[in-house]
Structure formats: structure tokens, C-alpha cells
Ligand binder design. Structure first.
Ligand code: 48F
Length: 258
């Protein structure tokens, strides 16, 4: 006999346990696009406690749609190596240009990150950062449905030794940090430099260079890194996003072990 209330109890109890176990983490990541998923995978692989908080119902950010809804992505040689590590199949199109099915890339990366031990909470928006003594100490979370309905409901907080903003182009967390606090970021101007117009070659290189700590204990990865440090977007080429995710994981692992 199937009992409806047991189904409800199973969902509520297991979700609550998962959430309670994620209140204090090594690394909290905002955004489950390619950069966030990649970072979570490498951090979890290294045995660190990591969770991604994602606003939308679906994971994968801008990767599902390839370029203009042609659901294929392009990566360079380094990106291909990372995709192959995840087990995503690639096809060499020309020397230095490899394609992968966007749906296979997202689903495989998400699955591998979770199997490595990362938790992913979808339908949760990061609305703010927890800042104590000029150090970022965690995230301020609310249900995306609350945000969408414009309800006046207070959020909850989770603590993390390090936070990764991997929210893509809009760079919401850093925008909020700067707006609410009199802070000087680790950028050339001390403020948000802003995303520049499309230039794939420069964007792919700089997104990796710009993946770094932008404020005490707060790192930027993926398109958020180029938006923070003032570099171009690069459209549907995704190798830089993957390299950025791997780099931010390496940088944080180094800090965690020091
Ligand atoms: O936008 P997104 O895919 O960022 P990314 O990992 O990759 C960028 C590429 O997709 C593409 C590109 C390639 O050359 O330029 O745009 O840097 O994924 C960002 C994810 O963060 C979520 C958003 O829904 C998306 O899935 N997100 C954004 N703001 C928040 C958030 C927030 N405040 N709280 C939770 N999730």
C-alpha cells in the first residue's frame, strides 16, 4: 500500500537533512552554470564540502542553449581535456576547435559533480553575502519563488570558508556587495570594471586570468570574472568557463590546505 503522507515525509525529511548538513561548508558556489559545476566537481573530488545554490529550476546556465539555441558547444584543446575528464564526448571540428553536445555536457557535468560529493540546491536564489569584519563568510539565501513573487520574506544564511560567485554576466553578488558596503575590491579601480563587448579570443584567455579572489574570501569564476575585472564576453565557446572553474577550485584548495 502506498501512503501519500509517507511520500511527503520522505521528501521533507531528506531535503531538510541535506539542507541542515549544508549550513556550514568549505565552499559555497552561487550559480550552476559551466563554471560553477566545474568548480564544484574539482572541489568535491578533492574531498571538500561544497554546495551550489542555483536560482533556476534547471542547471547548466547558458550552456544548454549552445549558440542561439543550436545546442552544440565549442571548446579549444584545454576545454576538450576537461570535458573528456568528465566523460563528455567531443568531436574535432578543425585543429583546435572541438564540439560537444550541450545537453550531454550539462547533464554529465552535473552528474559527475554530484557523484563526487557536491550538493546542488536548485530553485534557491543567493540574494546577498554575509560579510563580517570585511570578510565574506557566507551566503544569504531565499527561495527563488519568494523572489519572483516579490514576497516580503526574510532569508536564511549559510556559512562557508570561501564563496565563489559563478553567476555569469550580471555579477549580482558583487553588485550587491559594492552597493551595500563601502568596500574596495581587488580590481584595478577598486570597483566593478564591467563586461566588455564580444571578443572570443581575448575573452577566453582573460576569463582564466581573471578567475581570482575579488574580495576577502570571495572568488569570481566564469563570465562573472570577466565582468568583475573588465574583459570581453566570448559567446558560445565554453573552454574558458571550464578552465575558470578548474582554476578557482585549485586556488581555493591551496588556501584550504595552507
Ligand atoms: O550564465 P552562466 O552559464 O555562467 P558561467 O558559468 O558561463 C557563462 C556561459 O554560459 C555563457 C558564456 C560562454 O562563453 O558567456 O554565458 O559563467 O550560469 C550562471 C548561473 O548562475 C545562476 C543562473 O541562473 C545561471 O544558472 N544565477 C545567477 N544569479 C544567481 C544565480 C543568484 N543570485 N543566485 C543563484 N543563482
Amino acid at each position: 500500500m502506498l501512503d501519500d503522507i509517507t511520500v511527503s515525509r520522505a521528501i521533507i525529511e531528506t531535503y531538510t537533512k541535506k539542507l541542515l548538513d549544508s549550513l556550514e561548508m568549505d565552499v559555497a558556489i552561487a550559480g550552476a552554470g559551466p563554471a560553477g559545476l566545474c568548480a564544484a566537481y574539482y572541489l568535491a573530488q578533492a574531498g571538500r564540502k561544497v554546495a551550489i545554490w542555483e536560482r533556476k529550476l534547471s542547471l547548466g546556465g547558458g550552456m544548454w542553449g549552445g549558440g542561439m539555441m543550436f545546442n552544440e558547444i565549442v571548446v579549444g584543446s584545454e576545454g576538450r581535456t576537461i570535458l573528456e575528464e568528465f566523460g563528455v564526448r567531443t568531436i574535432e571540428y578543425r585543429d583546435g576547435y572541438h564540439t560537444a553536445d550541450a545537453v550531454e555536457a550539462v547533464t554529465t557535468m552535473a552528474s559527475k559533480a554530484m557523484h563526487a560529493g557536491a550538493r546542488i540546491f536548485n530553485l534557491v536564489s543567493v540574494e546577498d553575502l554575509m560579510v563580517v569584519n570585511e570578510q565574506v563568510e557566507g551566503l544569504v539565501l531565499n527561495w527563488s519563488a519568494v523572489e519572483m513573487a516579490g514576497l516580503h520574506v526574510d532569508p536564511v544564511t549559510v556559512r562557508a570558508k570561501f564563496v565563489v560567485e559563478a553567476t555569469g554576466h550580471p555579477l549580482e553578488l558583487l553588485e550587491t556587495l559594492v552597493k551595500k558596503n563601502n568596500v574596495r575590491l581587488f580590481t584595478p579601480s577598486g570597483g566593478i570594471e564591467g563586461e566588455r563587448s564580444m571578443h572570443a579570443e581575448i575573452g577566453e584567455r582573460t576569463v582564466v586570468e581573471n578567475t581570482k579572489e575579488v574580495y576577502h574570501n570571495l572568488y569570481v569564476a566564469g563570465m562573472a570574472a570577466n565582468a568583475a575585472f573588465g574583459a570581453p564576453r566570448m559567446g558560445p565557446i565554453f573552454g574558458g568557463m571550464l578552465q575558470s572553474g578548474r582554476k578557482v577550485a585549485d586556488l581555493i584548495l591551496e588556501r584550504l590546505s595552507s
